[in-house]
Design a protein around this ligand. Sequence first.
Ligand code: AMP
Ligand code: GLY
Length: 440
Amino acid sequence: MSETILIVGSGAREHAIATAFARSSLQPKLVCFSGARNPGIVALCSAYGVGNITDPGAVAAFAREQHATMAIIGPEAPLAAGVADSLWAVKIPVVGPTQGLARIESSKGFTRELLTKYRIPGNPFFQRFHSFDGLEEVLVRYANQHVIKDDGLAGGKGVKVCGDHLLSIEDSLAFCRELVAHGHPFVVEEKVEGEEFSLMSFCDGTTLRHMPAVQDHKRAYEGDKGPNTGGMGTYTDVDHKLPFLDDTDIAAAQEINERVAAALAEECGAPYQGILYGGFMATRDGVKLIEYNARFGDPESLNLLTLLETDFVGLCRAIVDGTLADMDVRFAAKASVCKYVVPEGYPDNPRKGDAVLLPADLPEGVAMFLSAVDVQDNVLIATGSRTIAIVGTAATIGEAEALCERVVREIPGRFFHRVDIGTGTAIARRVEHMKAVRSA
Ligand code: AMP
Ligand code: GLY
């Protein structure tokens, strides 16, 4: 069957998704619906609709108009808004969970309680709140050792961590007051210490196929300093583990994903079909769950889709048909390093409108994905968020980093990136940190 695949979203993640489809021997027709025109995606698509991606009716109407045979939803907001439900309703199968199942990302309290109910390991202590009832007792019990999370999607602004954003009990109470005033439920949980990693799995509702582990870098500046961002860069290792993790950590994270997929199917009475992204922390007491996402990570997916050897169209078909058990999902035995180039001032006060000059030729082993860019008067300009991602792949993390850095540093203009991501020094620091955490 010849596929017409709808991609919803227009960041670098969706550019990487489109690129992976475009490599397929099945030669699908690609169409995109999004809030902005990403020229990298435009070049790979035969139709491109611009509109509100969180409007289920608008997305379904575009999909029908284009005779889409399958869809994949990149970002979380349309998943939480029920866009997958509206596509299934017009008989277009979707890689990406329906609204009820997407609560694994859109409600932090739902996720914590799901783990508890199904006796899945990985939860730190947590408690859900709608008001101040019982709050002070928990904040005092976990003094300087708690994290407060808006229950719902808050674009990365809904989580505050002791020692980081919260320096006193007054800070914690003030944040809770703000949440209560806005009528937002919230979760207070124990702050755990260790190294974070992402473990994503393809899921057809029953069978999971795990991807290599990835480490993201959320802070804007070198040495993990500065404000939180959507993620400045990521790396994977040649053995598909990470240098600071044991086999038992990987196995524990994979098992949590498997049990969560099964619990979701039982709880919601429907299969979770899409990407299940576990955000974990390796700690002294084993692997703890930090959060779930109901989609590909960005930038994690840029590394992984570049390394993916299995035909991505066939893989997505297997996810929506429930036949993943018949598929062998393979990734290249290579390491990868991804770095984002972002405008000066990102994330708090980014420059906007600067021209972006793309490298003329990419060396062998380097891929490039466009993110927050637009074309004005035939000039590619940066619109203020993460701008371009460069992924290097090679036999070692060090070689992949060198390849990536060589291209990134050639991009001119008032942009910056994190030089340290994937360097030997940065990795050694993480390995040392993990050793210290385990022996504490
Ligand atoms: P989230 O939006 O849930 O990923 O949280 C944002 C960041 O807050 C995570 O990447 C972690 O660095 C940190 N964080 C969240 N929950 C915890 C926790 N229970 N313990 C320590 N750090 C946490
Ligand atoms: N890289 C973090 C995320 O995609 O949420």
